[in-house]
Design a protein around this ligand. Structure first.
Ligand SMILES: Nc1ncnc2c1ncn2[C@@H]1O[C@H](COP(=O)(O)OP(=O)(O)OP(=O)(O)O)[C@@H](O)[C@H]1O
Ligand SMILES: [Mg+2]
Length: 325
């Protein structure tokens, strides 16, 4: 009970907090339809469209997670001057600082779904151009926004580069706020000196420079990543294995995953970095922040598609987890 009160207290501080989410903003589009015949033009099915939907993906989903927790996700990235960017603006009305640039293209992932089966995914890569004028606009937003924490959601689609990372790190340092990166291993050079990293197992193995075969490999990998990148902490999200974490001067800890039924794990990593950073931004200990992040992830994997959780849902899940242990 005492523990649950502590988590309730942390969640009660979310309201009014601002978290800057920088990174690859993706528009996730879904086209649902029925296959009824084969095309006369080519040996392919004809899909008759019943429903079209779009959602915020990538950094957009991280910001949506922050919003849903009752705080304000300030979304910053680059999109084109196209209809997809307009759709992003429609989905994120408040705290949308996405820079629209005529020389870039909005990153879009379109899934065609029929009878609950994904038939094809169409990726429109972003061709994100961080030229001088775009950099200037990004710099202005980073300098002007008063935030309690920074998240970098890097999908290696071109939005995250050395120059912006330097700006974000400097901003976090002067403001004394956490900067947490959900990393892509190919960009590892950019992450030195951030507060924390949240790779999944595969990314962690690449970043540690050695395979993670079993539980015994976790501690050495966590220590190696922390030392290599000079971070205060590192987590490894391990899918159905839960989360393992290491923090300077503390013992490593492991939290098991806690899900009733798993439907769709997409976006679970976005939820982890969002809840974790917001909890740290309001002053919780790493262990508390990871426990909340793990609980939130256990909810979103039970739902189809990317989703977000409210503080109420999070506390309810926290209560069942505490009861179980
Ligand atoms: N199959 C699962 N069963 C239970 N919990 C899960 C499962 N998959 C993911 N989770 C929860 O979600 C967290 C993050 O998932 P994961 O390690 O797959 O991150 P990820 O690969 O970065 O995800 P993504 O990039 O798709 O958002 C896990 O640490 C765990 O808490
Ligand atoms: Mg991930």
């Amino acid at each position: 009970m005492r523990k649950l009160n502590r988590f309730a207290e942390i969640c009660s501080r979310f309201s009014g907090r601002r978290v800057l989410v920088y990174g690859d903003v993706i528009l996730d589009r879904y086209i649902f339809g029925r296959v009824e015949r084969i095309s006369p033009e080519a040996p392919v099915p004809v899909v008759s469209v019943e429903l079209e939907e779009s959602r915020l993906g990538g950094a957009g989903n991280v910001a949506a997670n922050i919003d849903r927790l009752g705080a304000n996700g300030v979304l910053l990235g680059v999109a084109g001057e196209d209809a997809f960017a307009a759709e992003i603006a429609r989905l994120k009305t408040e705290g949308n600082r996405v820079v629209r640039d005529a020389h870039s293209r909005t990153i879009v992932k379109t899934r065609l779904v029929s009878q609950r089966q994904q038939i094809v995914r169409i990726d429109r890569d972003g061709r994100i151009r961080l030229e001088a004028d775009v950099m200037e606009r990004l710099r202005a937003v980073i300098a002007a926004e008063r935030v309690d924490g920074i998240i970098v959601s890097d999908y290696a689609k071109g939005t995250v580069n050395a120059e912006v990372m330097a700006l974000l790190k400097a901003r976090a340092d002067t403001a004394g706020i956490p900067i947490v990166v959900d990393p892509k291993p190919s960009h590892f050079r950019l992450y030195r000196g951030v507060t924390g990293l949240t790779p999944n197992l595969k990314e962690a193995a690449e970043m540690a420079g050695r395979p993670i075969g079993g539980e015994d490999d976790l501690a050495p990998a966590l220590h190696r990543i922390r030392r290599r990148f000079g971070t205060r902490f590192t987590l490894i999200t391990r899918g159905s294995g839960g989360i393992s974490a290491a923090e300077t001067g503390r013992r490593i800890f492991h939290l098991p995953a806690f899900s009733r039924e798993v439907f769709d794990v997409t976006g679970a990593g976005d939820t982890v970095v969002a809840v974790l950073t917001l909890a740290l931004a309001v002053g919780s200990e790493l262990r508390e922040a990871v426990a909340l992040a793990n609980a939130a992830a256990s909810i979103v994997v039970e739902r189809v598609g990317t989703s977000q959780v409210t503080p109420e849902e999070l506390l309810e899940r926290m209560a069942s987890i505490l009861k179980r242990h």
